[in-house]
Design a protein around this ligand. Structure first.
Ligand code: FE2
Length: 276
């Protein structure tokens, strides 16, 4: 086993500085802006909110697995249902298949340095099932409640691993990630899935509360890559600062693991590709 994989197994996450160039980060943010500008908002909004996701899921969200789709901040609308600010600054995130559909996102999702990291971590069998551009705009970027990524990308056996790329400096002021070393050595608490008959539900697998003790802010510079184990509880606080905190995240699962048809994210599995 490589030293890096050993460290990952021990801590449940890795912080790799200077992973992407500032130019690559800027290109991705620029592309995100262009995608948002091309989005024809019809007044049918889909809001992303971790605490209420089972309630706020709609068909637009459930059908976004193989698309480039747009999700609003919960506070983006006034009492009349109109956007309070411009569309781009009302968005919480863009997802969930840019890594396959957009050349700029594809390039960063399968970069030579990422392929090398994947080999060092012995994740050659992993498939890129989901991507998200997380905007976390200044003043409006909302909280992301504590969760485990495996809840949203459930497999048997558990196999989800995320790669989180800082496109801008992430600090405690603008809502960086929080996690604790070794935190992944725990059980999966919930499974976010499609409900029979429509909609989604958060199924409780283990109601043991998360231990918040020892949580550390992962303050990182633009260009950093954070690798996250699917069982690692993590969260981020609202962005109350004047600086945005954009990040790009891709999530992977092992190609040999069982991926239930009741998982929220569904796409043509033959079309799901790896890093190479
Ligand atoms: Fe997450």
């Amino acid at each position: 086993m490589t030293a890096l994989r050993e460290q990952f197994n021990q801590d449940g996450f890795l912080v790799l500085e200077n992973f992407n160039t500032h130019g690559a980060c800027d290109a991705l943010m620029q592309r995100g802006k262009e995608l948002a500008a091309a989005y024809h908002y019809t007044g049918q909004a889909s809001v992303f909110q971790t605490s209420e996701q089972a309630k706020t899921s709609n068909d637009y969200f459930l059908n976004s697995g193989d698309k480039i789709a747009y999700f609003f901040e919960k506070d983006a609308f006034d009492e009349k249902g109109e956007l309070k600010t411009d569309l781009f600054h009302s968005l919480n995130k863009i997802g969930h298949a840019m890594h396959d559909l957009d050349p700029v996102f594809n390039k960063l999702s399968r970069s030579p340095q990422l392929q090398q990291l994947v080999m060092q971590l012995e994740l050659e069998d992993h498939l890129l099932i989901q991507s998200m551009l997380i905007l976390k705009h200044a003043k409006v970027g909302g909280v992301v409640d504590i969760h485990q990524d495996s809840s949203f990308l459930y497999t048997e056996p558990e196999s989800c691993i995320g790669f989180w790329f800082a496109l801008e400096d992430a600090t405690t002021e603008n809502g960086c990630l929080w996690a604790k070393p070794g935190g992944h050595q725990t059980s999966l608490r919930t499974w976010f899935k499609r409900k029979e008959g429509g909609g989604t539900e958060m199924v409780i697998l283990d109601n043991t509360p998360y231990t918040m003790e020892g949580m550390q802010p992962l303050e990182v510079k633009k260009g950093t890559c954070i690798v996250l184990h699917g069982l690692l509880p993590h969260y981020s606080l609202p962005n109350t600062s004047g600086k945005s905190r954009q990040a790009y995240a891709i999530h992977t699962i092992n190609r040999n693991a069982f991926y239930p048809s009741s998982n929220w994210l569904q796409r043509e599995m033959n079309g799901v590709k790896g890093f190479f």
